[in-house]
Design a protein around this ligand. Structure first.
Ligand SMILES: [Zn+2]
Length: 574
């Protein structure tokens, strides 16, 4: 299939509104859909998607394009990767070799080898009595084994390596995929499997591709858990276990449960808490939250109620504050993790605890790492300061204000006192680096912008505008260049071909106007007339000024200019 035809077919099968809705909450707004931009931080939505035109555009940061550019930008993919992914989703098979080159080919290969390895591990589990018994004893049922694609790595030195070699993969690819490591024993280079004698938990990305593995021993040997090394397609601090299985539920419930381990996440899912994810043996990072932000901005952090759990919760909370999430904390009884708690008590008590979680402020006031074990508490003033320190990190002023109010209520310290303490703290910490990208550049030649806007949003007006406008009169270079392109396209004016031929700066304007012309259909004719007249007027005034400078007393010249002005205005009225 030819690339152009393929792109057309993809676009005819995938609706941009449906597609983008998987990543951004969209609300209908007039002709378009509106939401919070995933590419810059904002409080009021300026990200628009047009179903009719199948494009998106952010009026805040200027990023926009079609469904493929959305995925490229969003998941940091190449054009080919994004096209392949969307084609697959649309059920179109790509045979065109052009879509199989360079980095994307390599990425595909590494993804492929991971899924081969996963199948290998799954088969191993089916034939290992001891591994199955282990999972059974840990309370992992058949459904979970299937949906999480749990497998097993035997204790052999290089079983997977040999298997993959036999399937035609090169040594270096197997190594680069993080599945084997080279070892020089007896002077001869050989490879051994990364995972041996472990239960294997495949790790998936949001698109449901397996990108790495986690392995747990079945006895008490160390390390208890082992992850794939980082590879071209796997970054530990970016990835959340079970995100592929929980994304829909997270969006539906509008909050995410974050637990600590693989088994915790699996057991939570098993007991019906399907909006649960887990970091991969690391603390929560800003990048994790960045990923989650597309699904929800509310988290419930679940921790063991012992000292280690509380200090882990504190660390996670400070990350949460920096990223404008709203967090609540669920502290389990001491010595319990979600896995053990659910297996002992089943879902009802967990459900109850979920409805009775602590706010961030409550958690900070009630727990203190120095005074554990007792009734909580610790040094009250110290805890209030800690809470203030955390509020100082919250960028979202509304959330910060809410937290401050709550802190005043709970600590019974006057809110204005807290406020001035907070101010002092912020001053010490220096100004926040809330740089953010400003809006698209200021409108200078308003008539020119409006005319362009009219012709793009209402292409049926093109003849009318083009016949009355001299493009050379346009002052704004970008606008002049776009008008020239429109003129060349003549009868075949359509947004997508116009976008194809435009440079980035021009594209920002074109997309923006096509989604929001800035005036209604009823007013478009009047606007066009007004703009054309004003342009004529301006041109005349400029020439008159030039004439005044050059020939201040030339009455004949001024007369002829006046005549010309009348003529031009008459023309503009036609
Ligand atoms: Zn934006």
């Amino acid at each position: 299939m030819k690339a152009e035809t393929l792109l057309e077919e993809i676009k005819s099968k995938i609706d941009i509104v449906d597609f983008v809705s998987d990543y951004v909450q969209l609300k209908k707004s007039g002709q378009n859909y509106k939401g919070l931009c995933p590419f810059h931080s904002e409080k009021t939505p300026s990200f628009m998607v047009s179903q009719a035109k199948q494009i998106f555009h952010c009026f805040g940061c200027g990023i926009g394009g079609d469904v493929i550019s959305f995925l490229m930008k969003h998941d940091n993919l190449s054009f080919n990767e994004a096209t392949r992914y969307i084609a697959k989703k649309a059920g179109i098979e790509i045979t065109e070799p052009r879509f199989d080159k360079g980095t994307s080919e390599r990425r595909e290969k590494i993804l492929h080898i991971q899924s081969e390895a996963m199948k290998f591990f799954i088969r191993n589990l089916k034939s290992s009595e001891s591994a199955q018994t282990y999972l059974k004893n840990r309370g992992v049922n058949e459904t979970s084994i299937d949906s999480f694609h749990i497998g097993y790595a035997t204790n052999e030195r290089d079983a997977l390596f040999k298997y993959l070699k036999n399937r035609g993969y090169t040594d270096s690819l197997i190594k680069d995929a993080g599945l084997a490591v080279a070892s020089a024993s007896g002077g001869e280079k050989s490879y051994r499997d990364v995972f041996r004698g472990r239960i294997i938990f495949p790790i998936f990305n949001l698109q449901n591709d397996v990108i790495a593995f986690g392995g747990r021993v079945m006895d008490n040997s160390m390390p208890k858990y082992l992850n794939s090394p980082e590879t071209e397609i796997f970054k530990k601090g970016d990835t959340l276990f079970a995100i592929n299985l929980s994304k829909d539920e997270i969006r539906k419930k509008d909050y995410v449960i974050i637990v600590e381990g693989y088994l915790d996440a699996i057991v939570c899912h098993q007991y019906g808490f399907k909006n649960t994810v887990a970091p991969l043996g690391t603390a929560l990072t800003l990048r994790h939250l960045q990923r989650l932000k597309l699904l929800t901005k509310k988290v419930v952090l679940v921790f063991d109620g012992d000292e280690a759990g509380i200090s882990a919760a504190r660390r996670s909370l400070s990350i949460v504050c920096e990223s404008d999430f709203k967090a609540r904390v669920l502290l389990l009884p001491e010595g319990e993790d979600p896995d053990s708690f659910l297996r002992k008590n089943s879902s009802q008590p967990f459900e109850k605890m979920l409805s009775d979680t602590m706010s961030m402020i409550e958690f900070l006031l009630n727990t203190s790492s120095s005074a554990l074990g007792g009734s909580g508490g610790g040094d009250r003033i110290d805890n209030v300061r800690k809470a203030l320190g955390m509020i100082a990190d919250v960028k979202d002023l509304i959330i910060a204000d809410e937290m401050l109010g709550e802190l005043a209520d709970r600590s019974r310290i006057n809110e204005s006192v807290l406020r001035s303490e907070l101010k002092k703290m912020k001053k010490k910490a220096g100004p926040h680096s809330l740089k953010g990208r400003g809006p698209v550049k200021a409108v200078r030649n308003e008539e020119e912008y409006l005319l362009l806007s009219a012709i793009i949003a209402f292409p049926e007006k093109a003849d009318n505008i083009l016949s009355r406008l001299n493009t050379e009169d346009l002052k704004d270079e970008t606008i002049r260049s776009i008008f020239k392109k429109i003129k060349t396209a003549a009868d075949n004016l359509n947004i997508s071909s116009l976008l194809d031929n435009a440079d980035e700066e021009e594209r920002v304007l074109i997309r923006g106007f096509s989604l929001n012309p800035g005036f209604d259909l009823e007013l478009v004719d009047k606007n066009i007339d007004d703009c054309l007249q004003t342009l004529v007027q301006k041109r005349f005034e400029e020439r008159k000024r030039l004439a005044d400078v050059k020939e201040p007393d030339d009455a004949a010249l001024h007369n002829s200019l006046l005549k010309e002005k009348r003529k031009l205005i008459k023309e503009a009225h036609l």
